[in-house]
Design a protein around this ligand. Structure first.
Ligand SMILES: *[C@@H]1O[C@H](CO)[C@@H](O)[C@H](O)[C@H]1NC(C)=O
Ligand SMILES: *[C@@H]1O[C@H](CO)[C@@H](O)[C@H](O)[C@H]1NC(C)=O
Ligand SMILES: *[C@@H]1O[C@H](CO)[C@@H](O)[C@H](O)[C@H]1NC(C)=O
Length: 255
């Protein structure tokens, strides 16, 4: 090897290293991104700078619904499942299965629920509420609840059985929860969340976007939820699914 060879190799190595290590910026930029902070070995110190931004980036979407309402099922089928599947990285989705139900404390101190579409609907709300609580991971419970809501004719018990089997979910603990005092009090939390809405809900499905409900938001959510989420999301780059044009849909709701 000549001296020149050595110099060339050295230059290449230095160049390659500088490409790989992103800590090639002045100290005031060390917290500019997670990668730079990592390469500068200041992850701990920088956390509070990029953490809040990463959190507020997600669009907060909450759906107030009830298990057997045809309009809610339509919302899952025509909008929510497709949009959430494509955009789960930028949506913080909260499901509140209660809707137009009513609750009353009975003599034993338990809550007695009365549902718009009959007793089966209360059972469905409880199954879904217990699934959220027990499965914990929305990547697991969203497909399960979505599958139940896509079922047009079965009872919630029947749909839950079918969907659990399809998705390898252990249904027994969920069913046990749905008839237990735990399930009873979890559903009460759903009632409280629904009753805390301001303005109060007038129909279901009822959507809040970043905590806000307006007629305009609701109409957009029911017509093209993907576009609504993509327009609301301020982070960049936007996910690829935001660049596709989607058709408009009819909207449905139940009073
Ligand atoms: C997601 O929403 C829940 C409320 O349903 C909230 O407690 C949580 O902080 C949110 N998380 C993010 C990352 O926005
Ligand atoms: C629950 O409420 C319904 C409707 O108000 C009522 O008919 C029923 O007796 C109540 N059940 C219990 C256990 O209190
Ligand atoms: C949630 O479930 C998904 C899909 O099964 C899995 O990839 C992911 O690691 C889980 N997340 C947590 C925090 O367990």
């Amino acid at each position: 090897m000549t001296k020149l060879h050595i110099v060339v190799i050295f230059a290449v190595v230095v160049f390659a290293t500088s490409l790989e290590n992103k800590c090639n910026v002045p100290p005031e930029f060390w917290c500019s991104s997670e990668e730079v902070a990592r390469d500068c070995q200041v992850t701990e110190q920088c956390h509070r700078y990029y953490e809040p931004k990463a959190k507020t980036d997600k669009v907060q979407l909450t759906l107030y619904f009830e298990s057997l309402c045809p309009d809610c099922k339509n919302f899952f089928r025509s909008q929510l499942t497709k949009t959430y599947t494509a955009l789960s990285d930028i949506i913080n989705l909260t499901l509140v299965p209660y809707g137009n139900a009513r609750e009353e404390k009975d003599a034993s101190g338990k809550w007695n629920y009365t549902c718009q579409h009959g007793e089966d609907e209360c059972v469905g709300n409880l199954i879904e509420t217990c699934a959220i609580h027990l499965l914990k991971n929305i990547s697991v419970y969203f497909p399960f609840i979505s599958c139940i809501e896509h079922d047009q004719f079965g009872t919630p018990q029947f749909s839950a059985k079918k969907c659990a089997k399809q998705q390898g979910i252990d249904l027994q603990p969920i069913m046990d929860c749905s008839t237990s005092s735990l399930g009873n009090s979890l559903e009460h939390q759903m009632a409280l969340k629904t009753e805390a809405l301001n303005p109060p809900h007038k129909y279901v499905p009822w959507v809040t976007l970043n905590g806000v409900h307006t007629e305009e938001i609701e109409k957009k959510a029911e017509a093209d939820l993907t576009a609504l989420i993509c327009d609301t999301y301020k982070g960049s780059p936007k996910p690829a699914a935001c660049n596709k044009k989607t058709g408009l849909h009819h909207s449905w709701r139940e009073f």
